[in-house]
Ligand binder design. Structure first.
Ligand code: AMP
Length: 286
């Protein structure tokens, strides 16, 4: 019911008149990032529920992120896929920039993963398939995400995964208590500062698949130097617990390949037997 009304209302976006804060009723805070806060909000006319991200301009200026933010908002607002968080529009006043975002009732996948430790093969395969479809869509539009990690993945009220944060928020929070974010999800060519292409996202899918199933990323180490060494050496091993199927490990091995041209393609991921047998065809898993 709520979902069909939302869909109907969604047709009303975008609109020609510029948005302003007066168009919204502001509800409870949903979270806090380095540059601002996120609130539940309702657009008054359509009653459509959104997440309103309020960014402080002085923070953006302090970190010289104006251009990056503008570029990333431009990219995200043009993407329209069930597994990519919609950015419906934005506006600003003297001190803030406001992003009108699709609301994700389920919050961060990272929090779910922290709470339950690791995911079932059904959940993991469903999220990997959703991510693969979202990335295929982005790649087709010449967008490489390069910063996919559980903190950037949100879940809607049906448990459908959405990729959020198109790059600019890379620096926004480092929730994992690392110095400046984490290397864990980066492909060898990226940590070695070599030229890279779309295949970096395929590597990250392998890292995430491992983390979903085991609860920790495969190249985790005490410090960034050791993580770097493990990534470059593709020092991959599978713990005996929790038990994980041979097919899932096979998919991970086909993605965590040093030579980027030999990594499994996005199309082949969707055809992989583990995905075919385990992923929910609707991409929902509650
Ligand atoms: P961020 O500034 O993007 O890191 O967001 C801060 C927090 O707000 C996140 O940890 C999420 O829990 C929450 N949040 C951000 N965007 C949304 C959204 N679209 N729907 C629901 N919660 C969100």
């Amino acid at each position: 019911m709520a979902s069909s009304r939302n869909k109907e209302n969604q047709q009303k976006y975008p609109r020609d008149k510029p948005w302003s804060l007066d168009d919204f009723e502001i509800g409870k805070p949903l979270g806090k990032g380095k540059f601002g806060r996120v609130y539940l909000a309702r657009e008054k006319k359509s009653q459509y529920i959104v997440a309103l991200k309020v960014i402080f301009k002085d923070q953006i200026e302090k970190y010289k992120l104006n251009n990056q933010l503008g570029r990333e908002m431009e990219i995200q607002s043009k993407l329209n896929h069930p597994n990519v968080l919609r950015l419906f529009g934005w506006f600003h006043d003297a001190h803030h920039i406001y992003l009108i975002l699709e609301y994700c009732h389920g919050g961060e996948l990272y929090k779910l993963l922290s709470k339950i430790g690791h995911l079932s093969e059904h959940q993991a395969a469903t999220y990997i398939a959703s991510l693969t479809k979202a990335l295929a869509y982005c790649h087709q539009k010449n967008v490489i995400h390069r910063d996919i990690k559980p903190e950037n993945l949100l879940l809607d009220f049906e448990g459908r995964l959405k990729i959020a944060d198109f790059g600019w928020s890379v620096q926004s929070t480092s929730k994992r208590k690392t110095m400046c974010g984490t290397l864990d999800y980066l492909a060898p060519e990226m940590v070695e500062n070599r030229a890279h292409d779309y295949a970096v996202d395929n590597w990250t899918l392998g890292v995430l698949c491992y983390e979903f199933l085991y609860g920790a990323p495969p190249f985790e180490a005490e410090n960034q130097i050791d993580t770097f060494k493990r990534i470059v050496a593709v020092d991959l091993s599978f713990p005996s617990t929790p038990p994980v199927s041979v097919e899932a490990k096979n998919l991970i091995r086909l993605l965590l390949v040093k030579d980027s041209s030999k990594r499994l393609s996005l199309q082949k991921i969707l055809e992989h037997p583990w995905i075919v047998q385990n992923a929910d065809p609707n991409g929902t898993c509650n």
